[in-house]
Design a protein around this ligand. Sequence first.
Ligand code: PA5
Length: 425
Amino acid sequence: MSIKYDKSYLRGYVGENDLKKIFPKIKKAHDDLENKTGLGNDYVGWTDLPSRIEDKFLDSLVNLGKEVRSHSDFLISIGIGGSYLGIRATIKFLRNSELIPVDYAGHNMSVDGLYELLENVKNKRITICVISKSGTTTEPAIAFRIIKKVMEEKYSKEELRQRIICVTDEKKGALRKIADECGFKSFVIPDDVGGRFSVLTPVGLVPLAIAGVDIKALVNGARDGQKEYSSIDLDKNIAYQYAGVRYLLYKKKKLIEVLASFYDNVFYVAEWWKQLYGESEAKEGKGIFPSSLIMSTDLHSMGQLMQDGVRNVFETFIAIEKPEHSLIIPSEKDDLDKFNIVAGRDLDYVNKQAYKATAAAHYEGGVPNSTISLDKADSYHLGKLYYFFERAVAVSGYLLGVNPFNQPGVEAYKKKMFALLGKKD
Ligand code: PA5
């Protein structure tokens, strides 16, 4: 039940002594987080969130999930950014552990995508979960309008109250008003947790419980993460080591981080991570550009760049020690492709050799890399990994001297879009 961090291929770039030298800075960031004395300290409610989640609240969500699944066979999760990515990341990472199919709306305004979704659910019994902290974000607000209209044509007012669930602010915003006026079931997003840190609030927990994900294991993983990654013992706290490594590499002009995995279920975890790291660090002209690759697929498209391009990149692998299934490679009489050498072996054995070879080759090609390994791809380890990344980015943002909890740059396109649309506020 553990997560490990291997720094072997940072040799020559970042050593244990380098980390020790910046320990006072890490300690300062840690103290600022713990004592709420750092930039953006109104938004550090996520730091002790896992331990504050009550078991009886989780039980009530598990029961809500059972109730919804008794009258629905499809869930649509409406939201964008922090109100979208953690849900999709969790469901994709856990593969088919959801008990009803889930699709997503409100994270873009691509008309054919939403049209296709609506066609697909035409004859299905659906429930929707609308998630928006501000309650006013354009993309989910418009998707909600369209989907609600379709549902109003199909279901009675009473049925709609069973099938529309809102997750939003306690008092503010249009979605709060709609939920209260129409009597939709609603859940509150705490004020002190920003969007990209909200996967373990009702933002993530409500739709995930409806989908049938083991939310108790997810939260238990995060609780253990909270214990391990809030420790100031740098030798033991791998989240702080990761934060320190990133900072030191950034100082060496490694300006792009690639989160890479040989496990395809990590795809949306990487998308969640990109928002968390991009929005938290990249401001005031500072920050590492977060990027991601899924191997071997991307080795055959981006492998050239990783091996031989501009040397401003470092790589962080996410490895899964024990995949859930096994597939044994068969032997073939003629051995035309000469792969009888691995006949009788599990496919994951070959995948792991591909990872080892890639990490070594990229290191030799000038890409320092490290690996975060999870024992298993289950809810527990994912909850722990979420906390690991949250804690690390907060420290890493403080090391850079920025406020890791705001996102002023996101407003620029909204202002211009509202001007084009003629929207007043
Ligand atoms: O990190 C953030 O705060 C943003 O990316 C939000 O998550 C995103 O804009 C969605 O906002 P809201 O939940 O208010 O609709």
